[in-house]
Design a protein. Structure first.
Length: 277
């Protein structure tokens, strides 16, 4: 165990006693966000559908003195998002910050190779959880006339072989803009962090896991690898900084938007992508 969850945040307490809900916080960028917000003084709700990864993140946080709980929910349905917010409010009394991180492409292949059912599954994973999360958290934030919502976008909106995922992330950019305009009058800020290619070294749940215990099929290995290699080459060729990003770098951008340092920032996108364009 290290002395700090995120050494780059040493001494920063911008989120002291803020109640922060982070979806998909069991691994990858979501886990890094939960750690960073906890390091900065936040009380953290780790929203996940996989109990093992949720408990692991909560354990890391509580070992470092962070107030944290796990909310085991399925965010592809509104009922799951509503349950997540109910659990947060029961434990901590309110929600100050919602980070809609959950999502991620399932398949990487040209659009004509997606079945209609696969397109639906991509939208279910990468658009609906953000849509439902925003809907569930808004009434409480409106009542308190304060709140920060940070959605995770993606540079995939101009990339190869992930069209349904890219459409989901394009939708998130649109809902960020509209929500910011509609709810700014209530003191609610809504922004997006849009990562580029990011090195996820702690992944334990495969991208092909549709639901716990249910795994999707994929293309034959050689064909699938060829599409993935071309996709990753395309990402690398678009970047000014010639390396993959780190989850902690995405988390730093989220922590800024969650804090009062960004009090006049809403409806905006931070492209944390190494200059990908």
């Amino acid at each position: 165990m290290t002395d700090q969850l995120d050494p780059k945040a040493a001494g920063a307490r911008r989120l002291k006693d803020k109640v922060c809900v982070v979806t998909g916080a069991g691994q990858g960028i979501g886990r890094a966000i939960a750690r960073r917000l906890g390091q900065e003084g936040g009380k953290v709700v780790v929203a996940e559908r996989v109990e093992e990864t949720a408990r692991k993140t909560v354990g890391e946080l509580t070992d470092h003195g962070v107030d944290a709980i796990a909310a085991l929910v399925d965010l592809s349905m509104y009922a799951g998002a509503e349950d997540m917010i109910d659990q947060a409010e029961t434990a901590f009394g309110r929600v100050d910050v919602l980070v809609n991180n959950v999502g991620g492409t399932i398949w990487m292949k040209p659009f004509h190779l997606y079945s209609p059912e696969e397109v639906e599954l991509e939208l279910e994973r990468s658009l609906k959880p953000t849509l439902w999360g925003c809907r569930a958290v808004l009434p409480g934030m409106m009542e308190r006339k304060a709140g920060s919502i940070i959605n995770l976008g993606s540079q995939s909106v101009r990339g190869l072989y992930r069209l349904p995922y890219a459409a989901s992330k394009g939708g998130i950019l649109a809902l960020t803009k509209v929500l910011a305009m509609e709810y700014g009058r209530y003191g609610i800020r809504v922004n997006t962090v849009s990562p580029g290619g990011t090195d996820i070294s702690d992944r334990t749940t495969s991208r092909l896991t549709i639901r716990p215990g249910e795994r999707a099929g994929d293309l034959p290995e050689a064909e699938g690898n060829a599409y993935r290699e071309e996709m990753f080459d395309d990402i690398g060729n678009q970047q000014a900084i010639r390396r993959r990003g780190l989850p902690d770098e995405q988390a730093a951008a989220v922590a800024f938007l969650a804090s009062e340092d960004a009090s006049f920032v809403t409806g905006d996108v931070i492209n944390c992508s190494g200059g990908q364009s």
